[in-house]
Design a protein around this ligand. Structure first.
Ligand SMILES: Cc1ncc(COP(=O)(O)O)c(C=O)c1O
Length: 468
């Protein structure tokens, strides 16, 4: 039975009415990918205010690895609703915060004493990671990467790479931030080929210390283990370990931003596990809260304790409801190997992430063989993407075509997101609880959208559909 159910044109009348009100009441800068107003959601399915039903490949921008309204999360929230909503950890501390810190300390990579600070968002977590690194090392500089995304507050925007629409007009940025190329092999900054390049881009960090900023001035290198907004680029296996090693040799902290990659997305609880690296500080948010706003910085105890008493925190950071939701999320992942599955959610989400990723890759490779529009298929675990190009081998970004695919998808019942510095990547952020049938139905909708865009492009280019 089909999950997608469209009873009106998209957007329907009610969504259109709300969009008119939204345009009057909310600034245009707070963009939205679809014109659909949500009414309710469950698992990997969204229903809009007109009664249309969509399959969700976006997961609230990667926040719903455990699905919409995961039963375990709802049960934890209901129990907390009957106790208290807010007290502020700095006024009267509460158990949930400490329990969650203990769980994250135990589950994050690295067998050394750790501590965790809880905050409200990914950007706030990144900000705090940088503050902690500066306090510990007593050094000012931070090295980040091209195509990185670390948030929209002024420090995190300084670390974020993409100029339009994120940075333009918001200058000046924070000083002592230096940017080097990521291991984006499809668009290698040095025009090299992996593996012959021997991950030159990672070793080049040593050169940066000679030419750009002295190693002894650098507090931290911050890196996404797989680029998120920058286009779902999974680096070669050596990239992160080489960076980690260079940092270690110079007393520089290695910060892994796992805001988008964390909690099963890449086929292990954290992407750092896949690359066998142990960061000094690991930053999480998005899917940690199971749909509630929560961010965390987990790191070496001596590093986390560098700032003085009272130097870190915030009114709502690690609020009680979000902590209970996150504890339920971690229980769903059943992260202790061999542990019992949660009574609420018997799905092995990490195994599911790998299944989703493999299934997507098989289909996407087939699309790539059929349509030159698909320049690259890549990813790790369920964090998969296709990069669209205007002509085979050209690497010229097909931005308009990508936008058309996203639009065709939601008009036909599938919500999917683009990504990439050139806005030419279609990325998969599907809730990992999606059923096999729903996933196949979503892939079929994506395939139809790609086919239709390829056909129109071919007509516009004045030829028949070119084959490879
Ligand atoms: C890797 C990464 N870091 C940080 C952020 C910022 O998170 P937030 O939007 O919760 O501030 C994002 C958001 O997309 C992200 O993908």
């Amino acid at each position: 039975m089909s999950t997608i159910k469209l009873i009106t044109g998209i957007p329907g009348r009610r969504s259109r009415e709300w969009m008119r009100r939204r345009e009057n009441a909310v600034p245009r800068a707070a963009y939205h990918v679809t014109p659909i107003f949500i009414a309710r959601a469950e698992g990997a399915v969204i229903e809009d205010v007109d009664g249309n039903r969509f399959i969700d490949f976006a997961g609230g921008l990667g926040c719903l690895n455990v699905g919409h309204r995961a039963p375990g999360v709802l049960a934890a929230l209901r129990a907390q609703l009957d106790r208290y909503l807010h007290s502020c950890f700095h006024v009267t501390p509460y158990e949930g915060y400490v329990r969650l810190a203990e769980r994250l300390n135990a589950l994050t990579p690295g067998d050394f004493p750790k501590k965790t600070l809880l905050v409200n968002s990914g950007a706030e977590a990144v900000e705090n990671a940088v503050k902690i690194a500066r306090a510990y090392t007593r050094r000012p500089a931070v090295i980040c990467f091209e195509d990185a995304f670390h948030g929209r507050t002024l420090l995190t925007l300084s670390l974020t790479s993409k100029t339009h629409p994120y940075k333009s007009g918001f200058e000046p940025f924070v000083s002592d931030v230096y940017r080097i190329p990521y291991a984006y092999c499809f668009r290698c900054a040095y025009s090299l080929e992996y593996p012959a390049c021997r991950v030159f881009c990672a070793h080049h960090l040593e050169d940066t210390f000679k030419r750009v900023v002295a190693a002894e001035s650098v507090a931290a290198v911050i890196v996404e283990p797989v680029l998120g907004e920058g286009g779902f680029v999974a680096p070669p296996p050596e990239f992160l370990p080489v960076l980690r090693d260079i940092c270690g040799r110079h007393g520089i902290l290695f910060i892994a931003d796992e805001v988008q990659t964390g909690f099963g997305r890449t086929g292990s609880l954290f992407a750092c596990d896949r690359y066998a690296v142990e960061p000094d500080l690991l930053v999480t948010a998005k899917s940690l809260g199971g749909g509630l706003a929560l961010g965390a910085i987990t790191g070496r105890a001596e590093v986390m304790d560098a700032p003085a008493v009272g130097a870190l925190g915030g009114t709502f950071g690690g609020n009680p409801l979000a902590c209970e939701a996150a504890l339920a999320v971690l229980e769903m992942f059943n992260a202790a190997p061999g542990g019992n599955k949660s009574a609420h959610d018997p799905v092995d989400l990490v195994a599911r992430a790998n299944w989703v990723g493999e299934r997507f890759r098989v289909r996407a490779r087939d699309w790539q063989a059929r349509w030159p529009l698909i320049g690259d298929v890549r990813g790790l675990g369920a964090m998969q993407a296709i990069e669209l190009v205007r002509a085979p081998g050209s690497r010229q970004p097909a931005e308009a075509e990508t936008e058309a695919v996203v639009r065709q998808c939601y008009e036909h019942g599938l919500i999917v997101l683009s990504a990439g510095t050139y806005a030419n990547v279609i990325r998969l952020l599907v809730p990992l609880v999606i059923t096999g049938e729903q996933f196949e139905e979503g892939l079929a909708a994506l395939e139809r959208a790609l086919e239709s865009v390829c056909e129109s492009k071919s007509r516009a280019d004045g030829g028949t559909l070119p084959a490879h």
